[in-house]
Design a protein around this ligand. Structure first.
Ligand SMILES: NC(=O)c1ccc[n+]([C@@H]2O[C@H](COP(=O)([O-])OP(=O)(O)OC[C@H]3O[C@@H](n4cnc5c(N)ncnc54)[C@H](OP(=O)(O)O)[C@@H]3O)[C@@H](O)[C@H]2O)c1
Length: 279
């Protein structure tokens, strides 16, 4: 059974384009799973969908949007391109290919997926995005997994992404990046907000807050994100969990509860490092 939830509130990017504060992540869905999960999520109330060339499900995402019957203008579609396209012409080729797979005629937010500093072409990749923005092929442009030094190379040229999508949750705090984003008017979007598995959701401190509020651990984790002004995109294929993840705009975490979650930050040697990992 589908529960309909009020769509997420929106935030304003620096160019006044509005982005929903919570969307549906689609990794690691294949085309068929994405088509089903996306149309179901839209029926529930999702308006932001997060995909990527690398997920190999853009076709399914586009099918899901069309199957839902929603107007294109009501939706916000984010996709990202791989290292082989880092360059001005490459970004254009990647955009055309994503548009074709999605079956859309514009992308709402197009991101450089990883900086891949070994190849040292992420600045040109972003310059390619600027051209696409000027050409009206995309409504907003950004980066993903950029660390402070990568962003600085853009700032040095007077370039500022509208958004940087990064791994972040109470265990993986990114205070250095968040401070830079706030100073430059960049929206922070988190990926893997639930930690992908269940370890963080089983954390006794998170469980205690969830029980006190009569919410789930996942809802507490997502509320921690949006209450700080971040965008986030949890993945779920399940209609109940999709609805639960969108139902986080009708309660608040107290200052004490936020502080408890903030204090869970720790060093994780397994965390992806964008200076070493990328595609
Ligand atoms: N930019 C990047 O480099 C990057 C990297 C990784 C991911 N991403 C994006 O971020 C999205 C989210 O990250 P993620 O998928 O890695 O991790 P996630 O959203 O933190 O966790 C997804 C996992 O949690 C489960 N789940 C979802 N809602 C739940 C709930 N309410 N209660 C219990 N379990 C729940 C899902 O299972 P069910 O489906 O069975 O509910 C799935 O196994 C991705 O889908 C992708 O779009 C971006």
């Amino acid at each position: 059974m589908i529960t309909r939830i009020k769509p997420a509130p929106t935030l304003s990017l620096a160019n006044d384009v509005r982005i929903p504060q919570l969307g549906l992540g689609t990794w690691p869905m294949n085309d068929a799973e994405a088509a089903h999960a996306v149309s179901q999520a839209i029926e529930i109330g999702y308006r932001l969908i997060d995909t990527a060339e690398n997920y190999q499900n853009e076709k399914g995402v586009g099918e899901g949007i069309r199957a839902s019957g929603i107007q294109r203008s009501e939706m916000f579609v984010t996709t990202k391109f791989n290292r082989q396209w880092h360059g001005i012409e490459g970004a254009r080729t990647a955009c055309e290919a994503s548009l074709k797979r999605l079956g859309l005629d514009y992308i709402d937010l197009f991101l450089v997926h990883w900086p891949n500093p070994d190849q040292n072409r992420y600045v040109e990749a972003f310059q390619g995005l600027v051209k696409l923005l000027e050409a009206g092929k995309v409504r907003a442009i950004g980066t993903s997994n950029f660390k402070p030094a990568h962003l600085q190379r853009l700032f040095d040229l007077g370039l500022v992404p509208h958004l940087n999508q990064i791994q972040m949750d109470p265990y993986h705090r990114r205070d250095d990046l968040v401070a830079i984003h706030r100073a430059k008017g960049i929206i922070t979007e988190s990926w893997r907000p639930l930690g992908a598995g269940n370890a963080m959701q089983r954390d006794p401190e998170i469980q205690a807050i969830a029980q006190r509020l009569g919410r789930t651990a996942a809802q507490v984790l997502l509320r921690w994100q949006v209450q700080q002004g971040f965008v986030t995109c949890p993945k779920s294929s399940d209609p109940l969990r999709q609805a639960q993840n969108l139902s986080i705009f009708d309660f608040d975490l107290s200052e004490d509860e936020m502080a408890t979650l903030d204090a869970l930050g720790r060093l994780d040697p397994e965390m992806f490092d964008a200076d070493r990992f990328g595609h």
